[in-house]
Design a protein. Structure first.
Length: 201
């Protein structure tokens, strides 16, 4: 079991997906299942003791879609108005039971990620409070891979409502991932996610 909680940022409206999918983007269909189910499978298999869902837009719909995960220790954190990524993570951090959390974007799936190793690397690193994981796909520019490891204490002083990754020390890795927040990404995810999860469709 990993000595860290997982926080999924799943409050996005999915405006870039309009036309391809019109609900909360974490519920966009991937190979016959909501994308969020694939992400939860990955986090559960990794051994997180608790998964906190930072919800906003479409929270009732998302909670209803989680019936099959009721015994895994999923803890919803629901914002009452839009407070941005940092605000949503700060609110969710109040439910953390560990000192370290892995914050993952609810629209991104990283192939073959070793969450335990990332937590260890964060704890051993020079940056004391937050580590952002950035990845390069083929010859594309390096971009945030939707994973940030944080010490709970960071939220005592962190203010604003911007991107959590902008507050983090950067670690670059060679790892492939997909973002379902665009029609192109959602189309790619139909084969990428099941293959990355080791599921034949």
């Amino acid at each position: 079991m990993i000595d860290a909680d997982a926080i999924i940022l799943a409050g996005g409206r999915g405006t870039r997906l309009r036309g391809a999918f019109d609900g909360p983007k974490c519920l966009a269909p991937v190979a016959g299942r909501p994308f969020l189910h694939w992400l939860l499978d990955q986090l559960v298999a990794a051994g997180f003791p608790q998964i906190i869902l930072a919800l906003g837009y479409g929270s009732n719909e998302i909670v209803s879609a989680l019936a099959s995960y009721s015994e895994v220790g999923i803890n919803p954190s629901i914002e009452q108005h839009q407070i941005g990524e940092v605000g949503a993570a700060r609110l969710a951090s109040k439910r953390m039971k560990t000192n370290v959390g892995i914050v993952v974007n609810g629209d991104t799936y990283v192939r073959g990620v070793d969450f335990a190793a990332l937590v260890d690397r964060h704890r051993d690193g020079a940056h004391p409070r937050a580590t952002g994981i950035y990845a390069r796909r083929d010859h594309d520019p390096i971009v945030h891979a939707g994973i940030t490891i944080v010490d709970k204490t960071i939220f005592r002083t962190l203010r604003g409502s911007g991107r959590l990754a902008d507050q983090a020390f950067v670690i670059g890795i060679e790892m492939d991932f997909v973002d379902v927040g665009t029609p192109e990404g959602l189309a790619r995810a139909q084969e990428f996610v099941p293959a990355a999860a080791g599921v034949l469709t």
